[in-house]
Design a protein around this ligand. Sequence first.
Ligand SMILES: NC(=O)C1=CN([C@@H]2O[C@H](COP(=O)(O)OP(=O)(O)OC[C@H]3O[C@@H](n4cnc5c(N)ncnc54)[C@H](OP(=O)(O)O)[C@@H]3O)[C@@H](O)[C@H]2O)C=CC1
Ligand SMILES: CCCCCC(=O)/C=C/[C@H]1[C@H](O)CC(=O)[C@@H]1CCCCCCC(=O)O
Length: 309
Amino acid sequence: MISILFLCSDLHKMNMNSVCVSLFSKRHLEKFCNCKKFLSAKAYIFDKQFDNFPKATDFKLVEEELGPIKDGEFLTEAVYLSVDPYMRAYAPRLKTGKTFLGSQVARNTAYFGFLELCQPKKGEMVFVTGAAGAVGSLVGQIAKIKGCKVVGIAGSDEKGKWLTDELGFDHFINYKSDDLVQKIRECAPNGIDCYFDNVGGEISSKIMFNMNTFGRISVCGAISGYNENKPPKATLVQYPITMNQLRMEGFIVHRWLDRWFEGIEQNRKWIQEGKLKYRETVTHGFENMFNAFADMLKGGNIGKALVKV
Ligand SMILES: NC(=O)C1=CN([C@@H]2O[C@H](COP(=O)(O)OP(=O)(O)OC[C@H]3O[C@@H](n4cnc5c(N)ncnc54)[C@H](OP(=O)(O)O)[C@@H]3O)[C@@H](O)[C@H]2O)C=CC1
Ligand SMILES: CCCCCC(=O)/C=C/[C@H]1[C@H](O)CC(=O)[C@@H]1CCCCCCC(=O)O
């Protein structure tokens, strides 16, 4: 079963510790639960639309009663909550006054989004942005498994050290302190064949101007713009796309729902074989969810950002 989305916990009235209902919004909570007299749950209410970067005062932490569970519905225990960039990206679409969105199960975004759209070949040069995050760190390692040269771009030297020394990336570029164009040319003197784009904006434009003919770009996200009220401007990418006949395609990982277990099984096998490594940045306590969310948006996480309930 694929667990959907959260945000509540604390079913202590049933003498259960740290139990959380999977839900997506208040309407899902109403749909999922049917046990008003017995259960309550903590929830983050989305109180105010974000003005650029989110503030703690944009949320209200409340305790809500849950209804009884009906046939075909379920309660799940959330031990970890996932803290993800899409929670910021989708916020403008959400109504205030409702439970905020989130999830408690990690998905295999890297496996399908990279292999299906970039179609990497042995010896090719692959660039990954958001490289030390949950998705990017796996994409780079999968590219290495496929015999590619890999360059990761992220925002701190500590992240870079992890990518090159532990995960086997060939090079690292710090987009905050390096001369990006100069470094791109140094790391990829023969050009770039595949680009896995987690960030969008000017970083992506600069990478795309250095791609080879028939290069492939998988657009996973655009975190560089999520905290901006207006989408930021970046250099036109239509030039390199046309001149170098690039293929650029976006995706939402649900596209491969019918192949979900193939992704899980392959990742599990690579982890067991020691070919795929992961790291988690864990914040403790449901009450600290906002801090973890803000920290992730500022680049405070290495690997997957999680909240231990
Ligand atoms: N299409 C899909 O189905 C999915 C898309 N995504 C997308 O993939 C991307 C990565 O997600 P995920 O790996 O979970 O998140 P991460 O674990 O990477 O966390 C986000 C990271 O983004 C980096 N970042 C923040 N601001 C900027 C900026 N202005 N420019 C460049 N980098 C920045 C930070 O690291 P740093 O120190 O490097 O700045 C931060 O740690 C996001 O864009 C997300 O929306 C994720 C899952 C599914
Ligand atoms: C430019 C924004 C791109 C954001 C891409 C992204 O991060 C997608 C993440 C999905 C992840 O694979 C698992 C999910 O469920 C995320 C999508 C969540 C959609 C929420 C929609 C909320 C709503 O409209 O009600």
